[in-house]
Design a protein around this ligand. Structure first.
Ligand SMILES: [Zn+2]
Ligand SMILES: [Zn+2]
Length: 259
């Protein structure tokens, strides 16, 4: 049985009800984390899960609402003696950023009881393990000229690249948008998707409504909620689902989704 654990559901500004973005795939007793907004390790425990069962973390990009929980997760696993290694998949620059993080937070690799592996993926990479297949597609969240110039100014250490994920498990196809520039970033990966998990931090709800209708999305789960919509989940659901026959739901922290 495979389950999605929706941990944090806020976008860049967390609220009293929503922590930063993170979710996990639970399968055969193991956990696969998708993004690691703060405090992913604590939210897993609230759902009755043991962070030591995480086999891999997949970062869509390094914005703090997606990666800020990483130092805390690493320290947690270090202090609770995770027996196996931990693989952290991320876009180009992930190896360097992880090394910088270990220095910044006084977590040098020599003091780990486990091995930390940085794996930089691209559109050719396929993660395939125990019946779980994950592929990666680039979004335009950080693809603008402004970001390219800023990256150049900072010696290419910003590395502004963002991805979304396509998950194949138990005969189902699940698209996780990551952060996008617009919903159109998802169009190439939409065919045959059973569930689309779409961020809501970078577009008005009526645009999302037009998108679900045009693309005939059968099942949409909205997460990464802009803080202004924190307490307006039902209003958001109504706007996005207006005139659309497919299912539309708004995620909340600690939500479980059966696959
Ligand atoms: Zn974000
Ligand atoms: Zn972002």
């Amino acid at each position: 049985m495979t389950e999605l654990l929706i941990l944090g559901t806020s976008a860049g500004v967390s609220t009293a009800n929503r922590h930063h973005f993170s979710m996990a795939i639970k399968r055969n007793g193991r956990l696969y984390l998708i993004d690691c907004g703060c405090p992913a390790n604590m939210l897993l425990k609230k759902m009755g899960e043991d962070p030591r069962k995480i086999d891999a973390v997949f970062l869509t990009h390094w914005h703090p609402d997606h990666a800020s929980g990483l130092p805390m997760l690493i320290q947690d696993l270090q202090l609770t003696y995770k027996p196996e290694g931990l693989s952290i998949y991320g876009p180009a620059g992930t190896g360097r950023k992880l090394a910088q993080l270990q220095k910044m937070f006084i977590l040098p690799p020599e003091i780990y009881p486990f091995n930390l592996h940085a794996i930089e993926y691209d559109e050719e990479t396929v993660f395939d393990f125990d019946g779980l297949r994950i592929e990666f597609f680039k979004t335009n969240h950080l693809a603008q000229e402004t970001w390219r110039k800023l990256d150049e100014k900072h010696g290419h250490e910003i590395t502004p690249i963002a991805y979304g994920l396509v998950i194949h498990v138990d005969g189902k196809k699940i698209v996780v948008s990551g952060d996008v520039f617009s919903s159109n970033d998802l169009i190439p990966v939409l065919p045959d998707a059973d569930l689309v998990i779409h961020e809501f931090g970078h577009m008005p709800p009526n645009k999302l409504n037009a998108f679900v209708k045009e693309q005939q999305i059968p099942n949409l789960l909205i997460t990464h909620i802009h803080h202004e919509w924190d307490l307006r989940a039902e209003e958001l659901r109504e706007i996005v689902s207006e005139g659309h026959s497919g299912e539309v739901n708004v995620a909340y922290d600690l939500m479980r989704v059966a696959i």
